[in-house]
Design a protein around this ligand. Structure first.
Ligand code: GDP
Length: 362
């Protein structure tokens, strides 16, 4: 699956968000294939299409697709120099696909801010600086290592070194690589370094209940995000923690009272999905109707690989019905009769909502 690391300064509301995410998360026992670490929350991706499919198929169980959130507490100023277990946290971030950076955008005298003032721009800069410094460190080491090889005439090493030297000053200013404007060739050359500051990032602006509008802190975060090609999700983490305690019915009423269509957490998950360029396909059998996550542009065998690597290796064909056709013709049989059932080969690019049955050799 795909995962998203939650970072931010102390006391900005990370744990509150993480706890809300884990509480509304799903039962580990439904997911025997994943090991759930204590600092990890597996959160279902809300998708009303699953209900519509289930009404037609009537399966024994329905499983949503998920996104994993990892709580990376303890990233503080000086982390890149190894302060406060800094290196361990940076290593944790390196393993994530995307970053959710929580920024405090609420005033509250009772909640001490680490620097004694609420200042989103400064907070963001501190964290981004640590991440940039960590990348700087990797760049310096890599250049050092590549210098000799490049001198020996190795073209790949020369190309890599040239890009690394190009990005060095940008990182030195504490700016994320996301905002550098790397072209595709450069991205490819740098891929193996797994830099922290190229990871797709969303800022979670943690606002108060009444802080969604006319909030200067929020405006500051939006300005910064725009400059560096990140996105902003305003959420009231405290409220989300309360919502996470409710059952489904109570929650719908609570949200309706607040005039909200969906919980903030759902917006966070959706944003993560968008950030990573993900889409959903479905399998719809009588045993199980289930949603699966793949990258946009994934081929049918790659999609099969999400279910099991054997499915990918032994891939023969995919039987595909689009979601709309599946609903309109009330299932596979109806879609078949209407000529909407397709047999696709290994080059087929999966589309969002495809209802798929894989044929494979074991
Ligand atoms: P962390 O150190 O980043 O994990 O921060 P916590 O989640 O522990 O939050 C620090 C304090 O801020 C706690 O007392 C929370 O109840 C409070 N807090 C978190 N989110 C909000 C919010 O949206 N509004 C207000 N007023 N307080 C919040």
């Amino acid at each position: 699956g795909f995962n998203c690391g939650i970072v931010g300064l102390p006391n900005v509301g990370k744990s509150t968000l993480f706890n809300a995410l884990t509480k509304s998360g799903i039962d580990a026992e439904n997911f025997p294939f994943c090991t759930i670490e204590p600092n990890t929350g597996i959160v279902p991706m809300p998708d009303p299409r699953l209900d519509a499919l289930s009404e037609i198929v009537n399966p024994e169980r329905v499983l949503p697709t998920t996104m994993e959130f990892v709580d990376i507490a303890g990233l503080v100023e000086g982390a890149s120099k190894g302060e406060g277990l800094g290196n361990k946290f940076l290593a944790n971030i390196r393993e994530t696909d995307a970053i959710a950076h929580v920024v405090r955008c609420f005033d509250n005298e009772n909640v001490i801010h680490v620097a004694n003032r609420v200042d989103p721009a400064q907070d963001i800069e501190i964290i981004n600086m640590e991440l940039a410094l960590a990348d700087m460190d990797s760049v310096d080491k890599a250049i050092h290592r590549l210098t000799k090889i490049a001198k020996g005439g190795d073209k790949e090493a020369q190309a890599q070194k040239a890009v690394l030297e190009k990005i060095q000053p940008h990182l030195a200013e504490g700016k994320p690589l996301r905002s550098f404007g790397l072209n595709d060739d450069e991205k490819k050359l740098l891929r193996s370094y797994n830099f922290l500051t190229v990871k797709p990032t969303m800022y979670i602006a943690n606002v108060d209940e009444d802080g969604f509008e006319d909030n200067p802190y929020l405006d500051i975060v939006r300005g910064i995000a725009e400059e560096e090609g990140a996105i902003v999700v305003p959420v009231c983490n405290k409220l989300e923690a309360e919502i996470a305690e409710l059952d489904d019915e109570e929650r719908d009423m609570f949200l309706a009272d607040l005039g909200m269509e969906e919980a903030g957490l759902d917006r966070v998950i959706r944003a993560g999905y968008g950030l990573l360029g993900l889409q959903t396909y479905f399998t719809a059998g009588v045993k199980e109707v289930r949603a699966w996550t793949v990258k946009i542009g994934a081929t049918a065998p790659e999609g099969a690989g999400v279910i099991h690597t054997d499915f990918q290796r032994g891939f023969i064909r995919a039987e595909v019905v689009s979601y709309d056709d599946f609903i309109e013709y009330k299932g596979e049989q109806g879609a078949k009769e209407a000529g909407k059932w397709r047999l696709e080969g290994k080059d087929y690019i999966l589309k969002d909502g495809d209802v798929v049955h894989f044929r494979f050799n074991v």
